[in-house]
Structures are given as C-alpha cells and as structure tokens.
Ligand binder design. Structure first.
Ligand code: SF4
Length: 337
C-alpha cells in the first residue's frame, strides 16, 4: 500500500437482486450498476441521491453485507474476498457502518455499557471490569456524552435520538475502524442537533484519520461536511468531483435538480421552477430499477434530453479539476457537433 492507495475502493461494482412477484414471476432489480469510488484516510466523500438511487445498497456492499454481483471491493488495495456472501470478521474491524435509525441499531434490552463493551471484548479482547470501565468512559467522552457515568448505565430508550446516535458512533469507534460508512446518520435526528452530529463526525475524521463515506439525500449537509461529492441516480453514478465545484456549478441536470431542490433561503425556487416546473417538489418520480429507462436513465425527467440520450447510456467524461460526469451534454462528441 502506498500513501495514495485508497483505504477502501469500489471498482466497477454492480449489485442485482432477484425478486419474485406474488404470482411467482422472477425479476431482476438492478440496484447498482458499475459504481466506482475511492475513500482516502482523513477525507469525506458524500454519496448523494434520492431514495431508490442505490446509495444504501452500495454502502451495504462496501460494508460487506452484500457480495457484489460483479466488480470488486478493495481494502487498502487488496481485493476483499467473500465466502458464501460473507466477509471475514476482520473486515468489520476495519470497516464500520452507522445506520439512519439509532434506536434500531442498539440492543434495547441492554444498557449503553453493554452495547459498547461487546465490540471491545470481541475485536480487542479487552477483559477486566476496571479496563472495560475505562474504555467505555473514554468512548462516551469522545462522542461528548459527559459525564460518562451518567450515560453508561442507561437503556437506549432513556436517551434522546441524538444521544443514541452518539452511542452508535461510539460503538463503531470501539472497533477502531479505518473506514466509517454513515448511511443517512443524521436524517432521523432533530434539525437542531444535526449540525452537532456533523461537527462530531468532522472531529473524528480529523482526530482518527478516518475515511468517511457520508450517504445523504441532503446535498446542503454534504456541502458542510465533505471534501468530495458523488451523485447517484437510479443505481448509477452520474457526477463526481470536489464539493465546491460540483455544488456551485453542477454539470449533470440531475445534480442541478438536487442542488436547486435543497433548502437555500438566498436562492429561492427560481431555478427549480424554471427547470422542472412539472414537478411540485422538483424531484418527480425515480424510475423502476427492474425495468430502467434505456439510454440515460434520467432521460424521461431531463429537460435537455436529446435523441442519443434515449438510446445510448452516456459514458463517463473526465473534465478538469478532478470532475467527471455521465451526460451527453458534456461528452466531447456532442460538444463539437
Ligand atoms: Fe439529460 Fe441526456 Fe444528459 Fe441524460 S445524457 S442527463 S438525458 S442531457
């Protein structure tokens, strides 16, 4: 591994699921197609898209919960092998995931102390009451649940949503991971404490050099926390690059829709209405992943769709400053015509 080797990579990852209808007909859900991204130490990548875009499925592939249908996941440059759909336990020590619902993530029958002690015992072999108490106290202090003694013996239902999510993050940190995958980690929390949670994640990334994947439908939150943005639509990555450029000047019409639909008192709704006035909320309906549109999957919703968009999927076009997109508008063959 070199200094520039990503801690975790998805390389051309595809994930399909076979489902059966009530009458027994089989269909294939094309949840993720050809997704590639790199996570680097101390950096945050935001994976942005609406529900059904495939971002959670990709997170679960990266977390080792699903085997990719094709493509591979690499940890520090080494392809991750799975047996019968499972990765080795050591993988979960390096790659941890925090889910949207903190209540569902914690064992409700056990106190905070137990939820934190379990990974310490399992992954680090910590034994002895005094040492376990010390490590639990340290973890709670790191996520600003102080005084720690006040929280260690509470049950999850005795905590607020924000406090529970801090415990979930503390449990992930107990493993001392290299990568933290946050799947909408603040979206179920009260708006007033989301910023605190983003600041906490930012501090942990800086202190521990964690590589962080921040999955969200909220591109404004992504702007606050991340270094790089990758946008997914209907199972495909459609745009990526440094956050300032992507958010200030989106290239792909879908990214522009997301930016224009995000809360921004200074901007109002002018661009959204001009671009997508058929949709009351600006977002419309994402397509079926069982029978996605031909060509560019965004073409039924795109006000700039051309004939080529309906028949041919746009290839990735790399542009200046580390930006890239999959849109015929920015492909050299169209720009020179
Ligand atoms: Fe719109 Fe065509 Fe670009 Fe797809 S490829 S986003 S349909 S212009």
């Amino acid at each position: 591994m070199t200094a520039t080797t990503p801690v975790l990579s998805a390389v051309d990852v595809t994930k399909h699921f076979t489902v059966r209808s009530a009458v027994g007909a089989r269909s294939v859900v094309r949840a993720v197609e050809g997704a590639s991204l790199d996570l680097h130490r101390g950096r945050v990548v935001a994976l942005v898209g609406e529900s059904g875009s495939g971002k959670t499925t990709l997170a679960r592939v990266l977390a080792g919960f699903y085997a990719p249908t094709s493509g591979e996941v690499a940890l520090e440059g080494v392809p991750v092998r799975q047996r019968r759909g499972r990765v080795e336990r050591g993988y979960h020590k390096d790659v941890q995931i925090v889910f949207q619902d903190p209540f569902g993530s914690l064992n409700p029958l056990h106190r905070v102390r137990h939820n934190l002690e379990r990974p310490l015992r399992l992954h680090h072999g910590v034994r002895g009451r005094a040492e376990l108490d010390r490590r639990v106290r340290e973890l709670l202090e790191r996520v600003a649940l102080t005084p720690a003694e006040q929280y260690a013996d509470k049950f999850p239902h005795e905590l607020s949503g924000g406090q529970r999510q801090r415990v979930v993050i503390a449990r992930a940190l107990a493993v001392e991971p290299k990568v933290l995958l946050g799947d909408e980690p603040v979206s179920m929390l009260d708006v007033s404490i989301r910023l605190e949670m983003l600041n906490l994640l930012d501090r942990l990334r800086a202190e521990d050099g964690l590589a962080l994947l921040y999955i969200t439908h909220d591109i404004a939150g992504a702007r606050y926390l991340c270094d790089e943005v990758v946008v997914m639509y209907a199972g495909e990555m459609v745009e990526g690059g440094p956050k300032e450029q992507v958010i200030a000047d989106p290239l792909h019409p879908y990214t522009r829709l997301l930016v224009d639909s995000s809360p921004d008192p200074g901007r109002g709704a002018r661009d959204r209405e001009r671009l997508f006035d058929a949709d009351a909320d600006g977002l419309g309906e994402p397509p079926s992943l069982i029978d996605p549109p031909s060509g560019c999957r965004f073409h039924p919703r795109c006000p700039f769709a051309m004939d080529v968009c309906r028949t041919q999927a746009p290839p990735r076009t790399d542009l200046a400053d580390g930006r890239w997109t999959r849109c015929w508008l920015h492909h050299p063959t169209q720009e020179t015509e």
